[in-house]
Structures are given as C-alpha cells and as structure tokens.
Design a binder for this molecule. Sequence first.
Ligand code: PBG
Length: 322
Amino acid sequence: MGFPVQRMRRLRASEPLRRLVRETHLEPSQLIYPLFVCPGEGIRREIGAMPGNYQLSVDELVKECREVHALGLGGVILFGIPESKDEKASGAYAADGIVQRAVRAVKKEIPDLVVITDVCNCEYTSHGHCGKVVNGEVDNDATLEWLAATAVSHARAGADIVAPSDMMDGRVAAIRKALDANGFQRVPILSYAAKFASCFYGPFREAAESAPQFGDRRSYQMDPPNAREAMREIELDIEEGADIIMIKPALPYLDLIRAARERFDVPLAAYQVSGEFSMIVAAARNGWLDRERAMLETLIAIRRAGAQIILTYFAKDAARLL
Ligand code: PBG
C-alpha cells in the first residue's frame, strides 16, 4: 500500500504538525558550556580563532557562570591557563592552581551549577604534551600519578564531575582509586573514552595555549579511521569505572556515537569541538551559512545519533533559542 494512500508530506504541512511528530529534542539541560580560566582580575580576552569565547579571570568566570545557570544549561567544563608551565605539569595538581581556585569560587557563588573539570596536563607542561615526557616520549604510567593527583585536587576544590581527556591507558582506574582513597567515592568520572587525534582541536590550542612544542598527539589519541578500536576504548573505560563516556569530536564521528549508544547503557556525551564551532562561525561571517540554523542542525544531528549530553561552545546561544 504505497502512494497515493501513503503521503509523507501530510505530517510536514505545518509547524504544529511537524512539532507533534518530531523524534529528537534538544534542551538546555543537555548542553555543557566549555570555559577557559586564566590568572588575573577583570580579564576577558577574546580568543581569536573562537569568536565569542574568552579567556576569563576567576571573577569574570563567576559572572559567566551566573549567566549559564540562569539559562538552565546542564553545566560548565573548565580548562585552565596557568601562571607558568613546567616539565612536571605542577600547575595541574597544585591545591591553589587556576582551575582549583576557579572551582572554589564558582561553587561558592552558584552551588547548584554542575562544574566539570577537564583533567589533562597539556595546558600545564612546558612542552605541551598531555603527559610526562621521558626520552622524548609520553610515558603512560608516570602520567597516571599526575592525573590522579589532579582529579583529587579538583574534587577537593568542589568539582561535581572530573573528566580525563589525556587518553593514557588505565587513567580511569587510577583516578577512581585515588578519588575513593581520598573520600571522594561520590564524584563521578566523565571519560573522554574515544578521543581522536583530530585537526578540529586547532582553535582550542590557541584558547588553552596548549599546542605541543614537538611532534603531535598521535601516540596517545586515536587514529581517525578506527571504529572498532573506539568501542574497545569505551568498554575498557566502563570496566575501569567511568560513569559517563564521551566521543570527541562529534560531527565527524556520528557513526561512533550511534554505535556506542546501541552497545553501552551508560550516559553518552559528545564534544562538538572548537574546530566544529569555528568553521560554522567563519562560514556564517562570510555569509555562506546561516549561523543559527547550522548550529541547531548540527546539535540535533549529534542528539539524533544518540548523545544525550553535548559539550558545545554554542551552548548559551542554543539555549537562548530553545
Ligand atoms: C586537552 C583537551 C583538548 C580538547 C579538550 N581537552 C585539546 C587536545 O587534545 O589537543 C579539545 C577541545 C576542543 O577542541 O574544543 N587534552
């Protein structure tokens, strides 16, 4: 029984009808807004490659978080730009490090805003790699100690969720063990479980001042062609104790979001990364794309693929439209 009995256009005739049969919804509570915190006071420095995003000092960050809270977003994820970098990534796990100070300030002013912290070393090492460099290579096991110490220091400052993004093997287990040993059994881990060595992080590295000074991240981040390996990465992270898993970037990896959704019953997040944001903004500035429509279409595509949480630099703009 096909045409003319079946007419797919019947339910597309008006916005109320389209709304009635819409299969996927986007809500502010599903969006996480990434923020960059830097030393100083009264600082709001726009990031060249990410228009509308800023390096913020702690006082400005708190203002921003009030706005995020008022918009009903799911939360924020914080990245730090430390006073100084060294070989040991000291700033990452210092009790009074930039992220630790920021978390304390935000949680004090806006206690019920969910604050997630990115746990990684690349913003804090002088060489810009995500781990300890030994004989020119990133040493996995030595890096685990730094990550565990960083996660504990974030939890101590009041972080609601810690999110390791370094792609070292065994980091979720190491972080879980350290959190538990320090009385933070209730702090969940959002693991960047399948994170690819992607060119789409380019603008972020300007924002976080974290470009590697030699080589690249391909010995720890995943090789873009590998889908089965992504499922193994996720499976291992769940076994190690990840509470939420994440795929990153988002739009070029929708197939993996769908595959992970079907395979794993844990909350699934996706990160619409800096390059995904900046290319839409750049095209819109040229008059080649409609900014709002491109934003909403990509976000709904990520939801439709199966991600229930989206980290996106569009979070505030999207929330205002929804
Ligand atoms: C830290 C980290 C990166 C991003 C999130 N956490 C950069 C990288 O791995 O080089 C990228 C986020 C973005 O591009 O928006 N390791």
